[in-house]
Design a binder for this molecule. Structure first.
Ligand SMILES: NC(=O)c1ccc[n+]([C@@H]2O[C@H](COP(=O)([O-])OP(=O)(O)OC[C@H]3O[C@@H](n4cnc5c(N)ncnc54)[C@H](O)[C@@H]3O)[C@@H](O)[C@H]2O)c1
Length: 692
């Protein structure tokens, strides 16, 4: 039973107890339900107090039970709330720390609510593409007002309890001992009748038509691709215009419909995928971790500065090492500018600004970093330079320090081999801008110690990144896949597309940026450099030559004021370039390809299925542990549209036999060899299975 029951001076006290946040799983719900029954049957009990043990009143649904029949098993949350509301003795919710989702709905079903200040109050279901399904959309507007409730329900963001103190949500705010205060309150109201029920509270909203029209326009514009926020508006409107029971029906119908949407399934996939990514089968949770109390970063360039900020933001002192004073000053000045801009925008207090900038120090000497717990190398992407740095690190770093590389493509095993402590070496592949992008691809070398991997995964959490583990291969998971996507984008140019058509098709599909705009942002020279290496190492892998022609003209992208597009100074807007378009068309002629009309559907299929096929190889090779890891990498690091759930989830949604059929269709075209479906994809499709 995940709830305790006792009687104190005529007041029954039910304490939910299901760590970490008293999720309303079946045992907890049963505990509340049975406790209530006992209290009502006991003539010595005058009132009931419900609260939560430990760190929460209740965080809502128990995620351990998600997608299992237990979620709906009786007593389900609605039955518990109905029983509480119908009780003939007053039931008081004593809210503290956290009352979210079903937890808040439970409190709203009680006759009274008292609260401690500082509790986070929220209905966050919309973040999973759902809406509160146990009366939240009907009861919250009745106690906090329509506008506040609508904002809370549509954004899902928490509001501190003291901000809601003046509303009917809380009958009393209690400073100090909450339980003592709740018992005293219960004693005071024990004999009071009739028992107040939120369902009978009236909502007055003159001009509600106009209000909801504006709400729909605003919410609709902000929630492109996701149906849930507008459905939340429908439900809150029902709370205003219908009877309580009619409104409850609208809420339930909408909830059940949203559960079935791909968008909600995609968001839930991300939610659970993020949690799954932290689990490594042969590295159990209890694996000992090394303490990380200090850090160093080698190289203060684009990545080094951003990486250092992550440590400072998490309160970990960090030393940045450079080759010369000029580079160091430049790198640290960029970091400072970033913080100053946050300060100016009000995103950072002066105190936090001082604290964070104070935690970052620069140096030119390895003496200043040798005692740090972790060092992350972010120097130029050249094996020779990495070798020098790692040999030096091996020489100077204290025993037990983690030696990490931010390389985006190089062989981490080879890098580990430059040291006599390969067990301490790991890849930490951050994404640009490193202080903002949430993805951290963690590259596990053949000899990386389990404690080093466990420590790096927990460090990822500490610096607020989503850590996903990859094995060693060229490009790891994310970049090895994007390479195939990029190759297809290039072939499309050879065959008949112009950059703007490819970009628009991918942006309509939901990507924040198509491949060519992305190239202009990241720098086309990066890929050029990689391709030059490939031409020597893998002459069998063919690419469109258009990107090389572009780079030969110095059109590296936004940083050179010209790339696939033209740019005007002081403006990041891409303007289609006549020069580049002519170059592309000429190139087709030179290689003897007759340009043709290419549909948006073909563009999307070729780019997305190129990702899917490569990922199927990565899974079969064991480089990626699970399909959801691939999805998380693409959602958190590559701008794959969230409502599509990642490439593998998307392929599952389309149906793997359809994916294979499309690939077979393209196998007859130019570079048809590309479209040989990976054996794992073929097998899953034939067996009627999915990746996830
Ligand atoms: N830029 C990206 O988008 C990105 C993304 C992920 C990973 N990476 C990887 O991160 C690493 C750094 O990339 P970047 O874009 O920050 O490069 P960058 O050119 O902006 O910065 C590299 C910095 O390293 C310094 N440096 C060079 N040799 C050094 C040495 N021996 N000791 C100390 N400092 C030295 C340079 O002075 C320079 O400031 C590369 O391995 C790259 O592949 C880059």
């Amino acid at each position: 039973m995940s709830a305790s029951y006792e009687v104190k001076e005529g007041i029954a006290v039910i304490i939910m107890d299901n760590p970490p946040v008293n999720g309303l799983g079946h045992a907890t719900r049963s505990g509340i339900y049975d406790g209530l029954k006992k209290a009502l049957a006991d003539s010595a009990v005058k009132a009931v107090v419900i609260t939560g043990a430990g760190k929460a009143f209740s965080g809502g649904a128990d995620i351990k039970e998600f997608n299992t029949p237990k979620t709906f098993a009786e007593p389900n949350l609605l039955s518990v709330i109905t029983a509480i509301e119908a009780a003939d003795k007053p039931v008081v919710a004593a809210v503290h720390s956290l009352a979210m989702g079903g937890g808040l709905e439970l409190a709203l079903g009680c006759h009274y609510r008292v609260a401690a200040p500082g509790a986070q109050i929220a209905l966050p279901e919309v973040k999973l593409g759902l809406l509160p399904g146990a009366g939240g959309t009907q009861r919250l507007p009745r106690v906090v007002g329509v506008e506040t409730a609508l904002t809370m329900i549509v954004t899902g963001n928490p509001t501190p309890s003291e901000k809601l103190a003046g509303t009917r949500l809380f009958d009393r705010m209690i400073e100090g001992d909450l339980m003592a205060g709740a018992l005293a309150f219960a004693g005071e109201i024990a004999e009071r009748r009739p028992l107040p029920k939120v369902r009978y509270s009236r909502i007055d909203l003159p001009n509600h038509e106009a209000f909801f029209k504006v709400a729909r326009d605003t919410v609709g514009a902000a929630s492109k691709h996701f149906p849930a926020p507008l459905k939340c508006v429908d439900c809150v409107e029902a709370a205003v215009t219908m009877t309580f029971d009619e409104g409850m029906k609208v809420e339930l119908d909408n909830f059940l419909a949203l559960v079935q949407t791909t968008e909600s399934k995609a968001l839930r996939h991300f939610f659970f995928g993020e949690r799954a990514a932290a689990k490594i089968p042969d590295v159990p949770e209890e694996t000992p971790k090394r303490p990380i109390k200090s850090a160093a970063v080698i190289g203060a360039g684009t990545m080094g500065g951003g990486i250092a900020m992550n440590f400072a933001n998490a309160g970990i002192p960090v030393v940045v090492l450079e080759v010369n004073q000029e580079a160091l000053d430049k790198g640290l000045a960029t970091v400072r500018k970033n913080y100053e801009s946050s300060l100016k925008k009000g995103r950072l207090t002066q105190e936090k600004f001082d604290q964070r900038t104070g935690l970052i120090k620069g140096t030119l000497s390895y003496d200043d970093i040798k005692n740090t717990d972790i060092v992350i190398e972010a120097v130029f992407e050249e094996m020779g330079i990495k070798e020098k740095v790692f040999r030096k690190l091996d020489e100077v770093m204290k025993p037990g320090a983690i030696l990490a590389s931010n390389t985006s493509t190089l062989d981490v095993n080879k890098i580990a081999g430059f040291t006599k402590r390969p067990q301490d070496v790991i890849g930490t592949h951050f994404f640009s801008p490193a202080n903002i992008m949430r993805l951290l691809e963690i590259v596990r070398g053949a000899k990386t110690g389990k404690d080093v991997l466990a420590t790096t995964l927990s460090l990822a959490k500490k610096i607020k990144k989503i850590g996903v583990v990859s094995g060693v291969c060229d490009g790891f998971i994310g970049n090895r896949m994007i390479e195939q996507y990029g190759r297809q984008a290039g072939f499309l140019l050879d065959e008949g597309c112009l950059p703007v058509q490819v970009d628009s098709a991918m942006e309509d599909f939901g990507f924040a940026m198509g491949p060519f705009r992305m190239g202009d942002l990241a720098g086309n020279d990066v890929g050029w450099y990689v391709r030059k290496r490939r031409y020597a190492e893998r002459p069998d892998v063919v690419y469109s030559k258009t990107a090389d022609l572009l780079c030969e003209q110095g059109r590296f992208g936004q940083k050179t004021g010209a790339g696939w597009y033209d740019y005007k100074s002081g403006d990041r807007k891409p303007y289609p370039s006549q020069l580049v378009n002519d170059m592309i068309i000429n190139h087709s002629r030179e290689i003897g390809v007759e340009r043709r009309e290419i549909s948006d559907q073909e563009i999307v299929e070729r780019l997305v299925y190129a990702l899917v096929n490569e990922a199927a190889y990565l899974l079969a090779e064991g480089i990626a542990q699970r399909a959801s890891d691939v999805d998380i990498i693409y959602l958190a690091g590559y701008g794959f549209p969230m409502h599509r759930g990642g490439p593998m989830f998307y392929a599952d949604t389309v149906g793997l036999p359809h994916v294979v059929a499309a690939m077979e269709k393209y196998a007859g075209s130019r570079h048809g060899k590309f479209w040989k479906p990976a054996p794992l994809l073929v097998k899953l499709a034939a067996e009627g299975k999915t990746f996830n």
